[in-house]
Design a protein around this ligand. Structure first.
Ligand SMILES: CCCCCCCCCC(=O)SCCNC(=O)CCNC(=O)[C@H](O)C(C)(C)COP(=O)(O)OP(=O)(O)OC[C@H]1O[C@@H](n2cnc3c(N)ncnc32)[C@H](O)[C@@H]1OP(=O)(O)O
Length: 238
């Protein structure tokens, strides 16, 4: 069976359609987002309509530093050069009679949004279409500890993956991560705000080569750099 591209395109439409605008309260209804279920290299047996019930954004748990960065970039959105990337807390099935598998899906949470406010991944992203660049402001909460007082490397890898993936997705293709190489150069204090800059270096057919660097807000410390390969799904493949 051919993969259905339509839901994926609607997903991208929802992602790309949102610009700056007013700061939403936590729990505000977001736009519907339709995605294919179980997309993978092993094939998709069908797609289901999923609805996004809530958008996740600014919270009281943000430090003053990340709020300032948020406000600065919201201003940059006013002339349309930057867009705030919408972020969702969870996805739930829309069907009124879910199958057993879809019932399980209703309990699914987007990993990077699966923690209670302030405890895990607190972040916001902005994308610049012309520069093919995404910037993510990330504050790692106390449940993301690795070594004592420091951010877990896997938590940083998650944020690099999501930021790089969004950078590719914002070009209009739905992608999966094929490869990620990360150099961890300096440990990141837990709770500090860091800036992840991601850009597309090259596109070859379905392959998006992305690079990222992770810095302190004052740009004095390079915590990490990374490259990633994101591949858009081939609709002809099972
Ligand atoms: C809502 C928006 C959210 C956006 C953010 C998302 C962030 C989160 C992203 C994830 O967590 S994704 C989940 C983790 N990733 C996966 O589970 C991916 C698992 N792997 C796959 O599903 C497939 O391998 C993949 C879709 C990536 C590629 O399969 P294909 O069958 O489409 O690729 P194919 O084998 O045809 O190869 C296409 C090209 O890519 C190359 N390629 C494939 N895998 C590669 C690899 N790993 N390294 C280097 N090159 C690779 C391959 O050589 C070839 O190059 P050429 O066109 O030049 O010949």
């Amino acid at each position: 069976m051919l993969r259905s591209c339509a839901p994926r395109l609607r997903t991208l439409g929802a992602l790309r359609g949102l610009t700056g605008g007013a700061r939403p309260a936590v729990g505000d209804a977001g736009p519907a987002l339709l995605i294919p279920q179980g997309f993978s290299a092993n094939g998709v047996t069908g797609s289901i309509r999923l609805e996004i019930p809530s958008i996740r954004d600014w919270t009281e748990s943000w430090s003053k530093e990340i709020r300032l960065l948020f406000d600065q970039f919201m201003k940059k959105c006013e002339d349309g050069s930057w867009k705030r990337v919408p972020s969702y807390r969870y996805i739930s099935p829309q069907d009124s009679k879910p199958t057993k598998e879809e019932g399980q899906m209703s309990r699914a949470r987007i990993f990077s949004r699966s923690y209670d406010d302030g405890l895990g991944f607190e972040f916001v992203m902005f994308h610049n279409d012309v520069e093919k660049r995404t910037v993510c402001f990330f504050q790692g909460g106390p449940h993301l500890q690795g070594p004592s007082g420091l951010l877990h490397g896997g938590a940083l890898a998650t944020m690099i993956d999501v930021t790089g993936g969004v950078t590719a997705v914002m070009t209009g293709e739905f992608v999966m991560t094929a490869n990620l190489n990360i150099n961890f150069k300096r440990p990141i204090p837990l709770g500090s705000v860091i800036v992840i800059n991601s850009q597309i270096d090259k596109v070859e057919g379905r392959k998006f080569f992305v690079s990222c660097d992770v810095q302190s807000v004052d740009e004095k410390t390079l915590y990490s750099n990374a490259t990633g390969l994101f591949i858009s799904l081939d609709p002809e493949k099972k």
